[in-house]
Design a protein around this ligand. Structure first.
Ligand SMILES: O=C(CCCC[C@@H]1SC[C@@H]2NC(=O)N[C@@H]21)Nc1ccc([N+](=O)[O-])cc1
Length: 125
């Protein structure tokens, strides 16, 4: 049966993996993220994440959530926002949109500091 919370291990289409811990009663959760790709000139390392989901008591199957990944190897941060979907077979999908903000050296470079994209996550086998 489909689990009601986001707790567990997820993988996206880039091959990135994330482990989410169970949410508290307010829907807040922590976890870790291992990205498969990076624009940083440093080796990739596991990075911490904090997030929140709607309906932590699991009454609904399809709820919204968001999380922040504080990259441990790059002066940048990512914000993901998305929704959980469950199909007729109980297969879960997390559809997300992300903003990736890098630190820039001058205020004048602020215009080029934010990338946007989408990722879809499924439970790791
Ligand atoms: O590279 C980074 C940190 C790692 C970002 C991974 C992104 S998060 C959205 C997408 N989904 C994933 O699973 N992985 C990618 N930060 C960084 C470094 C340099 C620059 N830069 O513009 O130089 C920008 C961002």
């Amino acid at each position: 049966p489909a689990q009601s919370s986001l707790a567990g291990t997820w993988v996206n289409e880039l091959g990135s993996k994330m482990v989410l811990n169970p949410p508290d009663d307010s829907g807040q959760f922590t976890g870790s993220y291992l990205t498969a790709v990076s624009a940083a000139q440093k080796p990739i390392r596991v990075s911490p994440l904090v997030g929140a989901q709607h309906d932590p008591k699991g009454a609904e199957e399809e709820y919204t959530f968001g999380f922040l990944v504080n990259w441990s190897f790059s002066d940048s941060i990512a914000a993901f926002a998305g929704q959980r979907f469950v199909d007729a077979e109980g297969k879960e999908t997390l559809e997300t949109t992300w903003l990736l903000r890098q630190k820039v050296e001058s205020h004048g470079d602020d215009w080029e500091a934010t990338r946007v994209g989408r990722n879809v996550f499924t439970r790791a086998a």
